[in-house]
Design a protein around this ligand. Structure first.
Ligand code: HAM
Length: 426
């Protein structure tokens, strides 16, 4: 039998409610912060990612799904959301609108990575991007949004880490100093770091090898090379976060795996199976719009990894399904049940009926197994008298309800239903 490709997953109906919970929370929050949704293609020209994410980054050199189409164009499946959004911003002239432009997306990404818990080859991000403001309040507001997103999902025990990686001018001086330091210590550094010291020295700080990390403890520090503007910007971000009462840790080794960042970078980190895992990452990228061919437009954004966050959500926050099952007795045909079902559905009530011709007893068992909240018994007697018996499966109670009150009764939530005893009257 054919199996799904490595690193992909089927999201089955039994867990899709967790995804819907994350997506709905994201959409609601994004709109509260006035971010509008944007949808960009799942694949772009490969060159877009080389120019933005960085030709020497792991994503571009090792992880991208690159393919030729039938007309020999070189395309790549989206490895991350920012590059495509920046391209769309420029190509569609969104910079002509009143600025800032604030957009969000929930989209799947593809990276050829070694798979493990929380690391997949197809994964989803909730991301936001804001174009046209260089102000530190944008960085702070986005961090606040990400923090609130995690809180609203009930994620606990995460840590916000922040760093200031400066602008290209201050970074150039730092890169030079770091490269010199690394050259002196090259024998103690891993092969990857030996490569990176020539192509992208900053990335060495991100190395997971403990020996390299030990060496870099004595390396020149980025903060010593920062220009006044970068320092002032970051100090304002921190003071705004203090004002919002958001806790953070400064991590001077946090450099992010993508090349476009400037000034503020941040990650929300949690623990999964005893290991640190980044559940959200982002930062400012003031040079990217210009590098991809647009004007000089400052920007800032983040991406939350939904496939990782799902491990930490508080499932008790997910509203249970409010499903009504109509159980027809053998003397009532299914079309009568379906007629009533359609009336109820028109009133926004979720309804299931007896689609496989089960006995009444089997229907009760089935209603339980599909998580129905209430069962309306539909027998010949009920049709003639217009009095329905409604069983509440969660509370284990039942009530007699007049036909003209049925919709109203079915919409009452469980807490209030507890107060109603044998019959429900308007
Ligand atoms: P990123 O750090 O590469 O940043 O990814 C953001 C988040 O996506 C990560 O923190 C992680 O939670 C999740 N993620 C990354 N790779 C995987 C994977 N293989 N499996 C599961 N989850 C994964 C970006 O992508 C930037 N575009 C974020 C950004 C937006 N910066 C500015 N604007």
């Amino acid at each position: 039998m054919e199996q799904k490709p490595k690193g992909t997953r089927d999201i089955l109906p039994s867990v899709v409610n967790k995804w819907q919970f994350m997506e709905e929370t994201a959409k609601k929050l994004a709109s509260l912060y006035n971010y509008d949704e944007i949808r960009t293609p799942t694949f772009e020209n490969e060159a877009l990612y080389n120019r933005s994410v960085g030709a020497t980054s792991d994503i571009v050199t090792k992880e991208m799904y690159v393919f030729k189409d039938k007309a020999n164009r070189t395309l790549a499946l989206r490895p991350e959301g920012t590059a495509g959004v920046v391209r769309a911003y420029i190509e569609n002239g969104l910079f002509n609108n009143a600025q800032p432009t604030k957009v969000f997306y929930i989209a799947n990404n593809f990276r050829y990575e070694n798979t493990q818990a929380g690391r997949y080859r197809e994964f989803s991000q909730f991301g936001v991007e804001c174009f046209g403001s260089a102000e530190p309040c944008v960085d702070a507001e986005q961090i606040l949004l990400a923090n609130q997103f995690l809180q609203n999902l009930g994620v606990k025990g995460f840590e916000l880490q922040l760093n200031n990686i400066g602008c290209p001018t201050c970074r150039q001086k730092f890169n030079l100093a770091l490269k010199q330091f690394a050259l002196k210590n090259k024998d103690k550094l891993c092969a990857d770091c030996n490569n990176r010291m020539l192509t992208n020295p900053l990335r060495m700080l991100d190395c997971k090898n403990p020996n390299c990390q030990k060496v870099f403890n004595d390396a020149p520090k980025l903060e010593e090379f920062l220009c006044d503007e970068c320092k002032t910007h970051f100090a304002s971000v921190l003071s705004l976060l203090d004002g919002f009462n958001i806790k953070y840790t400064l991590n001077n080794k946090l450099v992010r795996g993508l090349d476009y960042y400037t000034k503020t970078v941040f990650e929300f980190v949690a623990q999964l199976e005893g290991k640190d895992i980044t559940i959200c990452g982002g930062g400012r990228y003031d040079g990217l719009v210009n590098e991809i061919g647009g004007q000089k437009v400052p920007a800032c954004g983040f991406g939350c990894g939904l496939d990782r966050i799902i491990y930490f959500i508080d499932e008790s926050k997910i509203a249970p399904k409010d499903l009504v099952y109509i159980a027809n007795t053998p003397d009532v045909s299914i079309d009568k049940a379906q007629y009533i079902a359609n009336v109820l559905r028109s009133a926004d009530i979720m309804v299931e009926t007896n689609l496989t011709n089960r006995s009444l007893k089997a229907q009760m068992k089935y209603a339980n197994s599909i998580g129905a909240n209430k069962v309306v018994i539909l027998g010949q007697k009920e049709i003639e008298t217009g009095q329905f018996v409604v069983k509440n499966l969660r509370l284990g109670s039942e009530c007699s309800v007049d036909a003209h009150n049925l919709i109203k009764y079915l919409k009452i939530d469980s807490q209030d239903i507890k107060k109603i005893t044998k019959t429900y009257k308007d």
